[in-house]
Design a protein around this ligand. Structure first.
Ligand code: NAD
Ligand code: ZN
Length: 346
């Protein structure tokens, strides 16, 4: 079977890998769809991010769905032909954070396609994937492309949980990439009354509008547009910071009302924080990192039609065109979520 392997920056290859049969509790999946995420793009464009560097070839990918081909001994509830969304979150289950129910903080997390540990954790962009049955959520009623959106949506559901009660709240979202745009859908589903979204890119903001933002602001061409929200100590109850850019955080915090909550999703490396404003307005700054149990919730919300991710899938490209798909995914003016199609049907 073929897999998408990154060797170093800009050296992406389609290579043959062996298939091992599914052992007890495991499921063999014929991959259908793989969404390209920002971290895959960091490996592709830069060979890593911050101190995390590729030290050996690594299969990329962690936003995947596929069709069950075979189940190992002891697997119940899954059968050949089932469409499943596969969670890349593989906590150990026994460390203190797993036992506390905070699996996203697992000390031995084996998240697909990560060069953080060495040897690297190989990813899921492969024609045949053997996964734990516990990672698989049945996704009947969804397209394989929608099922592969469960992963980034889970990130935004976890952030929404970190934000607390959203019913009737005014929300600002900075950054309208896939994470910001899916956060619009998550915040709306949680009852947000008003959602304003900023970005530097008009095409990205067009997707934000499609996702239901009440107002979109190009903060590049309208740098003063947040001023009306920053007046009188601020307007918004909650900020989802989804750009990882320090100016977005500073402008967003200024637009938060006293006792507002900032959820920091963007991974900006060395962002600076206006501490004085945090103190004086008694703002809660909360990080949000990955997800775990939200994955099944993401699938269920899409199945019920509460959240529709389909409009955000801008490209579906065959495995043979993987390099082109990574190029398109790297260009925000052309794409929102680019996905690779590994196979068409069960
Ligand atoms: P992305 O790069 O596609 O989107 C970021 C967007 O922010 C871009 O559209 C960019 O134009 C915009 N932007 C840049 N500067 C801005 C500014 N000053 N004001 C407003 N917008 C600005 O990334 P993504 O895939 O949507 O992910 C968003 C961030 O979340 C990234 O930093 C990513 O690493 C991070 N992330 C975090 C988690 C987590 O668990 N915390 C999970 C996935 C991704
Ligand atoms: Zn653990």
């Amino acid at each position: 079977m073929r897999a998408i392997v990154i060797h170093e920056a800009r050296d992406l290859r389609i290579e043959e890998r062996d298939v091992t049969p599914p052992g007890p509790g495991k499921v063999q999946i014929r991959l259908a769809t793989g969404g390209i995420c920002g971290s895959d793009l960091h490996y592709y464009n830069h060979g890593g991010f911050g101190p995390v560097r590729l030290k050996q070839p690594m299969i990329l990918g962690h936003e995947v769905s596929g069709f069950v081909e075979e189940v190992g001994d002891g697997v119940t509830g899954l059968a050949p032909g089932d469409l499943v969304a596969v969670s890349p979150s593989r906590p150990c289950g026994v460390c203190r954070y797993c036992l506390e129910g905070r699996a996203n903080h697992c000390e031995a997390m084996r998240f697909y396609g990560s060069a953080m540990p060495f040897p690297h954790i190989q990813g899921a962009f492969r024609e045949v994937l053997v996964a734990d049955a516990a990672q698989c959520v049945k996704a009947d009623g969804l397209t394989p492309g929608e099922a592969a959106m469960a992963e980034p949506l889970s990130v935004c559901l976890h952030a929404t949980r970190r934000a607390g009660e959203l019913l009737g709240k005014r929300v600002l979202i900075t950054g309208a990439g896939p994470i910001g745009t899916l956060s619009i859908l998550a915040a709306r589903a949680a009852g947000a009354a008003e959602i304003v979204t900023t970005d530097l890119s008009d095409p990205a903001l067009a997707y934000a509008a499609k996702a239901g933002a009440d107002r979109t602001i190009n903060i590049g061409s309208e740098p003063d547009a947040l001023a009306e929200y920053q007046a009188g100590k601020g307007t918004f109850d909650v900020l989802y910071e989804c750009s990882g850019a320090a100016p977005a955080l500073a402008g967003g915090l200024a637009a938060l009302r006293p006792r507002g909550i900032c959820i920091q999703l963007g991974l900006g490396g060395d962002m600076t924080i206006p501490m004085q404003m945090l103190t004086a307005k008694e703002i809660d700054l909360r990080g949000s990192f990955r997800f775990h149990e939200e994955f099944a919730v993401a699938v269920a919300l899409m199945q019920r039609g509460t959240i529709d991710t389909a409009p955000l899938i801008s490209h579906s490209m065959p495995l043979d065109n993987a390099v082109e798909a990574f190029e398109i995914a790297s260009d925000r003016s052309r794409s929102m979520k680019a996905q690779i199609v590994f196979s068409e049907a069960a």
